[in-house]
Write a protein that binds this ligand. Structure first.
Ligand SMILES: *Cc1c(COP(=O)(O)O)cnc(C)c1O
Length: 435
């Protein structure tokens, strides 16, 4: 540890060094870019071989189709991304700043809203910066609406399997947590939710339900959650960062639908978050945030009392003021028939490969105790296979309590680039270890 005196002493030396290096020439050479044409381009071949090996994180490492890159060029020809475009404001309202891509953003939300079965006349949303940004808007919307209805701040309900962003956002929103226990598969325990709601009957409930938890791929049962919430003032935000991308293209689309097959349940959830760079493999982080127009209106009525920015002529509807205009226009590509076909194929391939991989692990490496939380999951977790494999395949690890013992586990997320060939290589590397 440095003493206070030593710390200041070092600071003094640092300052001396800095001032000595501060002649303009030296400063420019070391800090600013050289002539850009002399810079080497990134080693794409190396990237390619590395990306095949990324098995531990939910990112689709396949390159988007040629059609996507042609669409990018077309947008550039239209002028998008050639000067400072800005999507500030509500994409469903006329914007005072004409250099935006609100039309593409709106059409993207209409298309994806349709996949999640939002009624076309009761749909609102926007393209956010990420899954976390979408979770932030969902949780803030829920907090605002519940406080508006009851005059009380809600408590936030989620499980320890929820993504860490939910805890950060809970802190930012200054909300109290009610941690709900999980079932054996990692999904939210509805009985525990019922008893926690009873313990906190005086506060409204902001429930963050995860469809596809980050490590285990567990699903919080939204229908069971809604049953428990029947007599409690509540808002349900669904975090479907990964699963929300592919489930609409499978036979399990009902799992992320906002409507229930059961007429006695009016809605399954209030808002949903999906990451664009995970399943879709969109080349930079972005997110979908989708809710109902009626929920948005209720939120906006309250929001506009504190945030009426006369300056941009309408209430922006988003926490963030300036917003990217390039990503919504680019992501619009993922609503085209060609893209939808590829998404359907990718979704099927992923689930087939996940089932194959799970079966292979159980057959050949039963000692790893491989688990797939449910058949909608593309995530398989198992006892840590050791440092070499973890490094080679960028596996995420986590300590789990199994039979009251804490043990390190790793997971493989079978994304579209994780082909049978890649899995065969992985399995043969495991074989090498267990010989
Ligand atoms: C990845 C993930 C997030 C965070 O999404 P970003 O787009 O990376 O911000 C949130 N929730 C879940 C369940 C995730 O898997």
């Amino acid at each position: 540890m440095f003493s206070r005196r030593q710390f200041f002493g070092l600071g003094g030396i640092g300052m001396l060094t800095l001032s000595a290096g501060c002649q303009p020439d030296a400063f420019q050479r070391s800090v600013f870019a050289d002539d850009i044409s002399t810079r080497s381009v990134p080693d794409r071949v190396r990237f390619k071989s590395l990306k095949d090996h990324l098995l531990g994180y939910p990112i689709n490492m396949n390159t988007p189709s040629d059609g996507f890159f042609r669409w990018r060029e077309q947008l550039a020809e239209e002028g998008v991304d050639t000067f400072a475009f800005n999507n500030v404001g509500n994409p469903f309202k006329a914007s005072p700043i004409p250099f935006n891509t609100h039309d593409y953003e709106r059409d993207t939300i209409l298309a994806f809203g349709n996949l999640f079965e939002f009624p076309a006349d009761d749909l609102w949303g926007f393209l956010s910066h990420s899954g976390t940004d979408s979770n932030m808007h969902g949780m803030y919307m829920g907090r605002t609406i519940l406080r508006g209805r009851t005059g009380l701040l809600p408590k936030t309900y989620f499980t320890r399997e929820a993504h860490y962003s939910v805890q950060i956002l809970r802190d930012l929103l200054g909300l109290e947590t009610v941690m709900v226990d999980t079932l054996a598969d990692g999904g939210m325990n509805p009985d525990d939710l019922a008893s926690k709601l009873a313990d906190n009957s005086n506060s409204p409930a902001l429930v963050v339900a995860t469809v596809g938890t980050t490590f285990k791929g567990a699903i919080d049962n939204i229908d069971e959650i809604q049953k428990e919430l029947a007599h409690h003032e509540s808002y349900v935000h669904v975090d479907a960062a990964l699963f929300g991308g592919y489930l609409p293209f499978t036979n399990h689309s009902a799992e992320v639908s906002c409507q229930s097959g059961d007429d006695s349940v009016s809605k399954r959830y209030d808002s949903i978050a999906v990451s664009c760079h995970k399943f879709f493999g969109f080349p930079s982080p972005a997110g979908l945030f989708i809710t109902r127009q009626s929920i948005y209106d209720e939120f906006n009525e309250l929001f506009s009392r504190i945030h009426n920015p006369e300056y941009i002529h309408h209430v922006p509807g988003t926490i963030i003021c300036s917003r990217d205009a390039v990503k919504p226009a680019e992501f619009y590509y993922f609503t085209t028939p060609q893209a939808l076909t590829r998404q359907r194929d990718d979704a099927r391939l992923m689930l087939d490969n996940a089932a194959y991989f799970f079966d292979q692990l159980n057959t050949h490496f039963p000692q790893l105790g491989a688990t797939r939380a449910n058949e909608l999951s593309n995530t398989i977790y198992f006892r840590s296979p050791g440092e070499t494999i973890i490094k080679k395949y960028s596996l995420a690890t986590m300590h789990l309590d199994v039979d009251d013992q804490s043990e390190e586990y790793a997971h493989v997320v079978v994304m579209p680039h994780v082909s049978r060939n890649v899995l065969a290589k992985f399995l043969s590397d495991l074989e090498g270890l267990h010989e």
